[in-house]
Design a protein around this ligand. Structure first.
Ligand SMILES: C[S@@+](CC[C@H](N)C(=O)[O-])C[C@H]1O[C@@H](n2cnc3c(N)ncnc32)[C@H](O)[C@@H]1O
Length: 224
């Protein structure tokens, strides 16, 4: 329950179920867009890390679209990783493991592309996790951080949360209020996200406010 308000820490089985069935199942197009824009036609042997991968929505799409790439998803939550493994079973170029973004269990410069979607607000020390993203990324690689825009409008929050599934019609206004107050409230503004990435040592940081969506998409290079 604490995650509904404070956002920090490992996700238990209940919140993992909630997120999968209500949120993730409703925003498939968003995952599709991210993967289509940043992870299509990857070269053979390209290594991709999805840090805070949850139940594998991005990792699985990237692995399916790029059978010659190698994709690894890491999440602190054993229940999220169990869901991801089940969903991604049979894809030979995909693996999932439980791990902490604060101390990623990978060697330096072991990935070409590193992505984190909607996870950094859950980390106890986002800059430390962003440094880990940088550390495991090759010098000529690229980093992507996607997070909820703390300055999202009521309309963007409405459009986004109205896509969630299984929400009783009479509770949509409460869900939207919760999203803006607690989820977006613990997200970041574009300037804050750029600042966190630069503080972590990333270079050429560019943050895009996604039109019509309560989201920021940031790109950066591992060296500044
Ligand atoms: C909102 S979910 C997003 C999951 C996935 N990226 C997606 O977009 O579907 C946030 C995830 O961050 C994970 N998380 C929280 N703290 C973490 C940490 N320190 N290291 C790795 N993952 C963490 C949670 O367990 C949860 O699965």
């Amino acid at each position: 329950m604490m995650h509904l308000f404070k956002m920090k820490g490992s996700w238990d089985a209940g919140i993992s179920f909630f997120y999968d069935h209500i949120v993730a199942s409703g925003i498939g197009e968003l995952y599709d867009d991210v993967v289509e824009n940043f992870f299509r036609e990857l070269p053979a042997g390209c290594r991709v890390l999805d840090l805070g991968c949850g139940s594998g929505q991005v990792s699985i799409r990237v692995a399916k679209l790029n059978p010659l790439a190698q994709v690894v998803g890491i999440d602190l939550s054993p229940s999220q990783i169990a869901r991801a493994k089940k969903r991604g079973a049979g894809l030979p170029n995909l693996s999932f493991l439980v791990g902490d973004a604060m101390n990623a269990p990978q060697p330096n410069e072991s990935f070409d592309l590193v992505v984190s979607l909607a996870s950094i607000k859950h980390w106890p020390d986002p800059v430390r996790g962003l440094r880990e993203m940088r550390r495991v990324c090759r010098g000529d690689g690229r980093l992507y951080v996607i997070e909820v825009n703390a300055r999202c409008t009521e309309e963007e929050a409405r459009d986004f949360t109205d896509r969630w599934r299984h929400v009783p019609p009479g509770t949509r206004a409460i869900v939207r209020w919760h999203f803006r107050r607690f989820v977006a409230g613990q997200g970041a503004t574009a300037d804050e996200l750029a600042g966190l990435m630069r503080e972590a040592g990333m270079g050429e940081v560019y943050v895009q406010i996604v039109p019509g969506q309560p989201l920021l998409i940031a790109t950066g290079l591992p060296a500044n």
